[in-house]
Design a protein around this ligand. Structure first.
Ligand code: KG4
Ligand code: ZN
Length: 328
């Protein structure tokens, strides 16, 4: 069964064709990172306009790269939330139009659920029950997943998401944009990642996270040091602090719920220190998506759409965007 996936929730316009929820036939992503870099963050209006320019050629390329025609496609899966309303509308309108024109079933996919399903696009498909750490620009959640579509949220961030903290700290340190990869790169040039003992918010007795105190501590530390500022050492100390909390809570919750697998998902799952720290500390098998599938893409949406389609979860043409859509 072949699913065309479409994703446009933030600043990446993406389309992909995936077979049986696990094999990528094509995956095309048009990134707007260079456009938003000059503003130091995503400008929603600019993002929507750019999606409009990219969406048709990107879908055409995904179909061409997969070497398929419309008769080969079984359903269209599209992200309908959470995300930026104007951005989501472009992908959803495209998907609805194609669904109507080619008489294909339409499947709405939650963007976060899509991130989880990036873990199905590997040779090592996860078993249930599992714990998923979702860490992106907008979310930091610990989810117990008992089966396809069965989610229990055990922890969440009480303020900034992990990716948001990376982005804001990168701006303070002036190390580049987007913040996550920039902090990771700056940290590689540090010779002492323990140079600055930064605070960790443990929020004992919960699986919740909080990163805003850490972000403020970095800001104060940075302001208190005379130039030349040791940005690389501060970046590395910050990265250590975030990864320490994410890894500790993930390993604890996985042991408590005696799951068979731990998976990591979302843009921050591309962070190599996070991947290696969770894998080293966790006695339960850990999987992470391939690096290119951690950040926003449409292959993950098509993979998730396959399992939803198989479960009969087909949306009508009344499907609308839900910028605050929740998981489960
Ligand atoms: O999942 P994603 O592409 O978009 C959202 O759904 O938010 O995640 C983007 C976030 C950004 O905050 C970005 O800085 C962060 O993921 N990120 C990283 C890395 N690559 C992307 N954070 C830490 N290390 C990375 N290598
Ligand atoms: Zn995302």
């Amino acid at each position: 069964m072949k699913i065309l996936g479409i994703e446009s929730s933030c600043d990446e316009t993406a389309a992909a064709v995936v077979e049986n929820g696990v094999s990528i036939l094509s995956s095309v992503v048009a990134s707007q990172v260079d456009i938003h870099a000059r503003y130091g963050g995503i400008v929603p209006e600019v993002a929507s306009r750019q999606h409009l320019l990219s969406i048709i050629p990107i879908v055409q390329k995904a179909m061409g790269d997969a070497n398929v025609v419309w008769d080969d496609i079984d359903a269209i899966a599209v992200t309908n939330g959470p995300g930026l309303a104007g951005s989501l509308l472009v992908g959803l309108s495209m998907a609805k139009t194609l669904s109507w024109a080619h008489n294909l079933p339409l499947v709405g996919v939650n963007h976060l659920e899509g991130h989880i399903y990036a873990n199905w696009l590997t040779d090592d498909v996860p078993d249930f029950p599992l714990i998923c750490l979702i860490v992106s620009g907008g979310h930091s959640d610990l989810i117990l997943m008992r089966d396809h579509g069965d989610y229990v949220r055990l922890g969440r961030t009480r303020d900034d998401a992990a990716g948001e903290a990376f982005d804001k700290v990168a701006r303070v340190l002036g190390v580049g944009y987007p913040g996550g990869p920039a902090i990771e790169k700056a940290s590689l040039s540090s010779e002492n990642s323990a140079a600055y003992p930064l605070p960790r918010a443990w929020l004992k007795g919960t699986y919740d996270f909080s990163f805003s105190g850490l972000k403020t501590a970095v800001l104060r530390l940075f302001d208190s040091i005379d130039a030349p500022k040791p940005s690389n050492d501060i970046a590395a100390s910050f990265q250590e602090a975030v990864v320490d909390v994410l890894a500790t809570k993930t390993v604890d919750v996985a042991q408590k719920y005696k799951v068979k697998r731990v998976i990591i998902a979302g843009g921050v799952a591309a962070n190599k220190l996070l991947r290696s720290t969770v894998s080293e500390r966790c006695p339960i098998p850990v999987s992470c998506p391939p690096l290119a599938l951690c950040t926003d893409n449409a292959a993950m949406i098509a993979a998730c759409g396959y399992f939803r389609f198989k479960a009969g979860q087909i949306a009508g043409l009344t499907l609308d965007v839900q910028p605050n859509l929740k998981l489960g």
